[in-house]
Design a binder for this molecule. Structure first.
Ligand code: ADP
Ligand code: GLC
Length: 474
């Protein structure tokens, strides 16, 4: 079976979040299931630079934003198709934001071109199915349906918070028939909704964890799309993300000071010390080094963590913060570090090596998200033996087993899970983490259980393959 994946990011070419990790890793995992994936990406400078053996595989005259070529080639293990439209994509830096930090004003046209190119290439290339990821690929299904093509679409939601909503004035630029601007089409609250269209036209919908699949059909978790999603519950599937366990392997990770495995995690101490040096932290041996890695946004609950800081410090532990995002939250995090020298350290920006040092050196990684479609940080933390402390939401609920008395006696706790996501419950969880860390009989078991968790793609790749085969058969 040949599948055309469509997305705006893929590791190792371009990444702003976990979407890129998933789009970059799934093709390899699906190959083992007999599914050959070609990934269609926008021709950002970084993507075109990485493309090897480029040759023209399509030239489409009437895309939104003008004519474009599609180049085929490879980058590492990825089989790529790239929309070469310099007027739309030849812009350095973030794929979505201009130099002032605001969305590019023509994002609607840019990602409509991606969807339209996907639909044409799917037909021209004889693909069996299209796998569209998130709002940027949301119009692929609309273009396929209105062209009368028979290629089925699996649409995967990575985050319902990013909906790709544009003014109605975009519609005439899309080249879709007038009837597409309807409730039964791309229209959403009087404008054009890319995510809504993705959900509407797809033959099957998936999201990145079973719990998030349930949450998004409710008014509390549906972000205005719960009605549509509940109505399509028969084709909605929750398939948990994995991580590339070759890429994320503490026994081989070149970014670590010391490499280790589950059989002997002792070298983690070297990474712990290096992490503390890097962030100016003075850690004690009897209290945890806590870490946080993620976007500084409401979703990720960084504000809850800063509110719960007194509880964290009361354990005797220290905190390593890595991330970037909203200016006000960044400022608060910096102020916390300034207010607690030696106890709270911060680095802002995207830092691959420091992230890996946190996974490989911190004792606990905190993920206090208010909602989390899947979350990859807790999966990396499990793999590297940094015991996760997570809110019981979305994929966090599906991947971490709370180390309560019963779980511990059954030998299956892998972390600390708290609910609801509030500063008070997080504070209690941090204190519990501190107590568990101090318990020399329990902590190594907890860490071993964490590292024994299967966070690979194998099971989920089989589910994606099954779902793709099912929509092709139908
Ligand atoms: P998101 O909602 O941001 O996509 P995920 O948990 O799915 O969250 O994925 C985030 C990924 O990005 C993880 O692999 C995490 O390690 C990485 N990451 C996040 N912020 C940073 C950062 N500042 N520096 C390095 N890696 C980061
Ligand atoms: C989104 C979600 C995150 C998920 C990632 C990859 O960015 O916020 O929870 O892990 O997509 O699916």
């Amino acid at each position: 079976m040949r599948v055309l994946a469509v997305a705006s990011e893929a590791v190792p070419l371009i990444k702003t979040g976990g979407l890129a990790d998933v789009v970059g890793a799934l093709p390899g995992a699906l190959a083992a299931e007999g599914v050959a994936v070609t990934t269609l990406l926008p021709g950002y400078p970084a993507v075109l630079r990485a493309l090897e053996g480029a040759e023209e595989i399509g030239r489409f005259a009437e895309l939104p934003g003008g004519a474009a070529r599609v180049l085929g080639g490879r980058a590492g293990h990825l089989d790529l198709a790239v929309v070469d439209a310099p007027a739309l994509f030849e812009r350095p830096g973030s794929p979505y934001l201009g130099p002032g930090g605001d969305d590019w004003p023509d994002n609607g046209v840019r990602f409509a071109a991606l969807g339209a190119a996907a639909a044409r290439l799917a037909v021209r290339g004889g693909f069996d199915a299209v796998h569209a990821h998130d709002w940027q690929a949301g119009l692929a299904g609309a273009y396929l349906r209105h062209s009368g093509a028979q290629v089925p679409v699996l649409f995967t939601v990575h985050n319902l918070a990013f909906q790709g909503g544009f003014a109605a004035s975009l519609f005439p630029l899309l080249g879709l028939p007038a009837e597409a601007f309807a409730l039964a089409g791309v229209e959403f609250h009087g404008g054009v909704g890319f995510l809504k269209a993705g959900l509407w036209y797809a033959e099957a919908i998936s999201t990145v964890s079973p719990t998030y699949a349930d949450e998004i059909t409710t008014p509390e978790g549906g972000m205005g799309l719960d009605g549509l999603l509940a109505g399509r519950a028969d084709v909605l599937h929750g398939i948990l993300n994995g991580i590339d366990t070759a890429e994320w392997n503490p026994a081989r990770d070149p970014h670590l000071e010391a490499r280790y495995d589950a059989a002997d995690p002792a070298p983690r101490a070297t990474n712990r010390a290096a992490l503390c040096r890097a962030l100016g932290l003075t850690a004690s041996a009897t209290a945890p080094v806590f870490g946080f890695i993620g976007r500084f946004t409401w979703q990720k609950g960084i504000d809850l963590l800063l509110d719960a800081l007194p509880a964290l410090l009361s354990t005797g532990g220290v905190l390593a913060l890595l991330g970037s995002g909203e200016a006000a939250l960044e400022a608060r995090a910096r102020a916390a570090a300034q207010g607690h020298p030696g106890r709270v350290g911060i680095e802002t920006g995207y830092r691959e090596r420091l992230a890996r040092l946190i996974y490989g050196g911190a004792d606990c990684v905190i993920v206090p998200s208010r909602f989390e479609p899947c979350g990859l940080t807790q999966l990396c933390a499990l793999r590297y033996g940094a015991v996760p402390i997570v809110a019981r939401v979305g994929g966090l609920a599906d991947t971490v087993v709370d180390a309560n008395q019963v779980a511990l006696s059954a030998g299956c706790g892998t972390g600390v899970v708290f609910s609801p996501p509030s500063a008070g419950m997080l504070a209690a969880a941090l204190r519990r983490g501190g107590t568990l860390f101090a318990d020399a009989a329990t902590w190594p078991r907890l860490q071993r259980n964490a590292m024994a968790t299967d966070v690979s793609w194998s099971r989920s790749a089989a589910r994606y393959a099954g779902l793709l085969r099912a929509i092709v058969r139908r």
